[in-house]
Design a protein around this ligand. Structure first.
Ligand code: UGA
Length: 435
């Protein structure tokens, strides 16, 4: 099949590269000339493990190319995926759909013959209907079916998530579009990944409901963690104990500094707005959003408490800045609020992140970057683990003990063992466990 991916950001590039790997011919389009020029030089603008190799392999095989203009590739395409950004609209929290509708109009002007237009971007319920209305009213001679096909991949694990999905949700009731989508995903379908067909509006809501549920699950365990600290229980054991019940499941029950990233904060907010618009408020999600916002600030206070109630004049070493490991994405990262709280409290903040330091510049205030955990820990009053990159899991505490000023570790991801850290003479503060 010939497929065009409009938008070569995170979702567009990963989906385009993986679909090319399945044997389809893919053109990834983006309006940013700098991005397409970089991709054509072989430079991948995002950090995602395994993506560079897949892009290189499929370009060499002639299955993947890039374009700044969509007209020519769209005219030859069987299916066109819209994977442009849907950021939160300033002021009201609704998803900003201007890029989606602009792309839809450009696509409609260019298509020839029957074409399936697929929304891969996360779009509020009813967006597919609106795109269809635009096509019908403004481009009545064009033969186009509009399909919803939300993406469930996680940054840092995107290739595996794309190739081994729990399910592929496809929202369409059009017979020709159903056939085309079966063909797009045939290699996965043969691998027994379930294709789940439903109405378009249902499919659009599935995406928001899934992200909101996961955000709620994380927020639930974070509140249990707070309670554990007060009553002397261990949140990791509580999570394990409840997770063994298949009705609950053991995933997304890691207590931490609050969820961040480009999806959960934006999608929970957009769902809240949609629900309010339809006079069907989702109080659980409204509360989830509020609790998570507060949590990031509370984590700053937790560090200050671990430092004896004040960080004024103290040096704090922050390990990890990105919203989670294996990405360079800083969007809505808890580190932003935590670092701000420490700076506001009068601390000097030194930070290290394996991939996120470049992206963090300008988001964090006057932070001093170091080249590794040991450099930033020198003379520090506390080491704070914010993002659980693998390289932080096996820190040499013996070495650290000789260089820090005050041996204090605040572990906001519960990766260390209290016994081991204490054995090396550190005071240890974790999440959801009594210190
Ligand atoms: C999330 C969803 O997991 C994907 O299924 C979805 O496709 C994606 O959003 C999207 O809508 O595009 P992502 O934001 O890449 O993926 O990352 P997650 O692994 O879900 O983590 C999100 C945040 O939750 C991170 O800040 C992470 O540290 C936090 N988290 C996650 C926890 O605090 N505890 C957990 O148990 C799990």
């Amino acid at each position: 099949m010939r497929i065009v991916m409009i938008g070569s950001g995170y979702v567009g590039l990963v989906s385009g590269a993986c679909l090319a790997d399945f044997g389809h011919h893919i053109t990834c389009v983006d309006k940013s000339e700098a991005k397409i020029d970089a991709l054509e030089r072989g430079e991948v603008p995002i950090f995602e493990p395994g993506l560079d190799a897949i892009i290189e392999h499929n370009r060499a095989a002639g299955r993947l190319d890039f374009s700044k203009k969509l007209a020519a590739p769209v005219a030859a395409a069987d299916a066109v995926f819209i994977a442009v950004g849907t950021p939160s609209r300033r002021g009201d929290g609704h998803a900003d759909l201007s890029y989606v509708y602009a792309a839809a109009r450009e696509i409609a002007a260019a298509v020839t013959g029957f074409t399936v237009v697929v929304t891969k971007s996360t779009v509020p319920v009813g967006t597919g209907d609106e795109i269809e209305r635009i096509f019908r009213e403004e481009f009545p001679s064009k033969d186009i079916a509009v399909v919803s096909n939300p993406e469930f991949l996680r940054e840092g694990a995107a290739i595996t998530d794309f190739k081994r999905p729990d399910r592929i949700v496809i929202g369409t009731e059009d017979a020709r579009a159903t056939e085309a989508m079966r063909e797009v995903y045939r290699p996965l379908y043969l691998n027994e990944a379930p294709l789940y067909f439903c109405e378009r509006r249902t499919s659009e809501l599935i995406k928001y409901a899934a992200n909101a549920f996961l955000a709620m699950k994380i927020t639930f365990i974070n509140e249990i963690a707070d309670l554990c600290e007060q009553i002397g229980a261990d949140v990791q054991k509580v999570a394990k104990g409840i997770g063994m019940d298949k009705r609950i499941g053991d995933k997304f029950l890691h207590a931490g500094p609050g969820y961040g990233g480009s999806c959960f904060p934006k999608d929970t907010l957009a769902l809240v707005k949609t629900a309010q618009d339809y006079d069907s408020p989702m109080r659980l999600i409204e509360t989830t959003v509020a609790i998570n916002d507060n949590r990031k600030r509370a984590m700053g206070r937790k560090v200050i408490t671990a430092c004896g109630g004040s960080v004024r004049g103290k040096k704090i070493a922050v390990l990890g800045l990105t919203f989670k490991p294996n990405t360079d994405d800083m969007r809505d990262a808890p580190s932003i609020t935590i670092v701000q709280a420490l700076l506001d409290g009068g601390a000097t903040v030194h930070a290290y992140d394996p991939e996120g330091m470049e992206a963090s510049k300008g988001m964090l205030g006057p932070v001093i970057y170091g080249k590794d955990p040991y450099e930033i820990a020198e003379d520090s009053d506390a080491i704070v683990l914010v993002t659980e990159w693998d390289e932080f899991r096996a820190l040499d505490f013996k070495r650290l003990k000789t260089t820090v000023k005050t041996p204090t570790i605040v572990d906001l991801r519960n990766v260390y063992s209290a016994a081991e850290v204490s054995r090396h003479g550190f005071s240890y503060f974790a999440v959801g466990k009594k210190s």
